[in-house]
Design a protein around this ligand. Structure first.
Ligand code: FMN
Length: 366
């Protein structure tokens, strides 16, 4: 397997990456009271030492009272948490890596299994996390405005601390995605609407505010998914035309790179072509894209949470699509969670040393 094309550098605005591999954002819940520890910094620095081109942090929440449903998810606000992140980026840079935090608001959530609750009710476009499950309050326009500003402040802090880029989490059924999805955005004001483009207003305003805060030369990544945890088969954009209208609006707002989340990168997005989500996003907008989903592994990540193990799998199909120009960058999640040296092993052809993934890997930061 000739993987040399994956090791070509990538340059876009503030990003100067040594190769095309991106560590996918993965929540680890090892930051007590929202403060990343020295162990968290070491965990990311090991992936930098393992030559990962770009590290995306686990989701790290913005400054809203109910942006997190888990007390061990890191904050991206407050002096102590930001000092923790400063340590992270310094160690990653010292190990030769590049990194962006994934800034996040979880929106309406299930209660944490520990019984911990944020000081204010969960907030979202409506009180629903998914059809039939309400667990919070619908945001007022003042809440929306304050939340947009909080995303902007987090992005400004990312730049100030020295991160190389910022990723906005607009995927997987969390706040921004709750606005996109008609099942959770039942608003009748200017943030709701019948079309996906109308329901994108919140995301567009977040991206614009982030752009205003970081300036033109700082790369902005937006992560999106068609699927929801409550509906894996969901399609926000049901046709390429609908996808083009949606993504173009976000591109015009300031997105540089679309991070197109799929559970399996080889799944075609629409009938009639084998292009995946990242392939379509690049074709429709001309923007750079990141693909992700079961790269190098036999099984997908949600099945992994249910206990299904994954064994290493080849990269031929990934390379076929990459070499065809479908996407620019390749996100790798669990394979890098379990093994900081995954990419080095690929580079050096040490495939027999690849480990696969079992859910036990989640128990510690290696
Ligand atoms: C433990 C774990 C935590 C995750 N947390 C996040 C997260 O915080 N933000 C996010 O956008 N995706 C998250 N994901 C999804 C991953 O970024 C990635 O899209 C998914 O694992 C598929 O890639 P993989 O098959 O290479 O693991 C998480 C996945 C795992 C396994």
């Amino acid at each position: 397997m000739d993987t040399t094309t994956l090791f070509k550098p990538f340059q876009l605005k503030s990003l100067n990456l040594k190769n095309r591999i991106v560590m996918a954002p993965m929540t680890r819940s090892f930051s007590p009271n929202g403060i990343p520890t020295a162990e968290v910094a070491r965990y990311y620095a090991k992936r930098a030492a393992g030559e990962v081109g770009l590290i995306l942090s686990e989701g790290t929440v913005i400054d809203r009272a109910s942006s997190s449903a888990d007390p061990n998810i890191p904050h991206f606000y407050g002096q102590q948490a930001l000092a923790g992140w400063q340590q992270v980026i310094e160690e990653v840079h010292a190990a030769g890596g590049s990194m962006a935090p994934q800034i996040w608001h979880q929106g309406i959530m299930d209660n944490h299994h520990s019984g911990w609750l944020p000081p204010m009710p969960f907030e979202g476009p409506s009180e629903f996390n998914r059809p039939g499950f309400a667990n919070g309050v619908a945001m007022t326009e003042a809440d929306i405005e304050a939340t947009i500003l909080a995303f902007g402040r987090a992005a400004a802090d990312a730049k100030r601390l020295g991160f190389d880029s910022v990723e906005i989490h607009g995927a997987h059924g969390y706040l921004i995605d709750q606005f996109f999805w008609e099942a959770t955005n039942t608003r009748t004001d200017g943030y709701g609407g019948k079309t996906l483009v109308e329901r994108s207003r919140f995301a567009v305003e977040v991206v614009k505010e982030v752009r205003r805060q970081v300036g033109n030369d700082f790369a902005i990544i937006l992560r999106l998914s068609q699927w929801k945890p409550a509906d894996y088969g969901n399609k926000l954009a049901k046709t390429p035309q609908e996808m083009e209208a949606w993504l173009q609006r976000l591109a015009d707002a300031g997105v540089d790179i679309f991070h197109c989340s799929q559970r399996r990168f080889w799944d075609a997005e629409f009938e009639g072509a084998d292009l995946n989500f990242a392939g379509w996003a690049k074709k429709l907008t001309g923007k750079a894209t990141i693909t992700v989903g079961s790269v190098g592994l036999s099984g997908e990540f949600l099945a992994a949470f249910r206990g299904e193990s994954s064994v290493p799998s080849g990269l031929d199909e990934l390379l076929r699509r990459f070499d065809r120009g479908d996407f620019d960058l390749v996100g790798v999640g669990r394979a890098l969670l379990a093994d900081p040296d995954w990419l080095l092993k690929i580079k050096l052809g040490r495939a027999d040393e690849l480990r696969g993934f079992t859910k036990e890997a989640l128990a510690e930061l290696v």
